[in-house]
Design a protein around this ligand. Structure first.
Ligand SMILES: [Zn+2]
Length: 167
């Protein structure tokens, strides 16, 4: 196989992919936060482990042409003729998060930890306050039971959520 490279802006690569005219290869980048004017190197006809891009300073593996085309396709549900900005946004989202852009202007996806933290807060609010007149039924627990439960907030939470409770 003979390796070929083409230097272009990321914007040009995204637009070519949208028109299905980008050669079948991979793009490589230098910049972790590229914009449409950032240079990228298209490598095609090269084996997967080719150092050709890195040797030229493009140390970040971008996406392959097929994924760029799919991403551009995906964008047509938001805009008939996806703008360069939208193509870039969808590219960055897929590149960083390995997922299709949910919608233009989408926030970064929450991490699993963040999701659990938010669920815990929500659940915590549902629990309500502990009663002073009814004690939690867990032996040696000195907390009061919440309304509609024989358990305190902590023990009720842990019984339902199956994970440790944090105030
Ligand atoms: Zn308890």
């Amino acid at each position: 196989m003979t390796a070929h490279t083409k230097l272009m802006t990321l914007g040009a690569a995204l637009q070519k992919a949208a028109r299905n005219t980008l050669e079948d290869g991979w793009i490589f980048l230098r910049d972790r936060e590229p914009n449409t004017e950032s240079e990228c190197l298209l490598v095609y006809g090269a084996p997967d482990d080719s150092p050709i891009a890195a040797e030229r300073g493009f140390i970040l593996e971008g996406l392959d042409t097929a994924t760029l085309e799919d991403s551009a396709d995906w964008c047509t549900q938001f805009e008939d003729e996806p703008s360069m900005e939208l193509l870039l946004e969808a590219f960055l989202y897929y590149w960083k998060h390995d997922a299709w852009l949910p919608h233009p202007g989408a926030a970064e996806p929450a991490s699993q930890e963040e999701v659990e933290r938010l669920q815990a807060i929500e659940f915590n609010e549902l629990l309500g306050t502990e009663r002073t007149t009814v004690q939690c039924k867990v032996p040696r627990c000195e907390r009061g039971a919440i309304v509609n439960s024989s358990l305190c907030r902590k023990h009720h939470f842990e019984a339902i959520q199956k994970r440790p409770y944090t105030e």
